[in-house]
Design a protein around this ligand. Structure first.
Ligand code: GLN
Length: 196
């Protein structure tokens, strides 16, 4: 499967390493033509305002929106989640495709980063290690958005809207490929998601 990873800034290399381990080719997306022929797209962690600024400069905003509207799977991790959101509670450029309201840096500063075991809907095999680095939270979702994971206090940290997946945390910084496998199966709801 040919998977693109937005490579303007952030931890795109870590996603590429995970995909390679899983036997999937990945393409670094910096310009509109890099989206040609892709079957899925990952928006990595990083700095969401920088994504907005660089994507605007590189003429990527509308091509990214078109790619996503075409129905191919897209997954935002952390800053990537923010970049997908319709509402980030402040004036910044996002793709505005996912019906979620997000609060950036919701757990505090970089030093307040943490790891927590998570139960993610649709993932078998026990808790998933959530790596939260100056992470956002999802404050609310529209009725057609499925919440996939909350912290013990009910804070939403993963959600799915049709072919769009969003996680506050960084599965690419773990050794656990289960969420990447779940993502790659999004377009094929009847397929067996377990590629391992
Ligand atoms: N704090 C960053 C932002 O608001 C996201 C951090 C991350 O991707 N690890 O864009």
């Amino acid at each position: 499967m040919k998977v693109g990873i937005l490579a303007l800034q952030g931890d795109f290399i870590e996603h590429a390493h995970m995909l390679r381990r899983m036997g999937h080719e990945s393409v670094e997306v910096r310009l509109p033509q890099h989206l040609d022929g892709l079957e899925a797209l990952i928006l990595p962690g990083g700095e969401s305002t920088t994504f907005g600024w660089l994507a605007t400069r590189y003429g990527l905003i509308e091509p990214l929106r078109r790619f996503i509207h075409s129905g191919k799977p897209v997954w935002g991790t952390c800053a990537g989640l923010i970049f997908l959101a319709k509402d980030v509670g402040r004036d910044q450029v996002t793709l505005g495709v996912m019906d979620i309201r997000v609060a950036r840096n919701a757990f505090g500063r970089q030093v307040d980063s943490f790891v927590a075991p998570l139960n993610v809907k649709g993932l078998s095999g026990g808790p998933f290690t959530g790596v939260f680095i100056r992470a956002p939270v999802i404050e609310s979702v529209a009725p057609h958005v499925e919440v996939l994971c909350t912290l013990a206090d009910g804070t939403i940290v993963a959600a799915r809207q049709d072919h769009m997946l969003a996680t506050s945390f960084h599965p690419e910084l773990t050794d656990d490929p289960r969420l990447h496998a779940l993502f790659l199966g999004l377009q094929l709801p009847t397929a067996d998601h377990a590629v391992f």
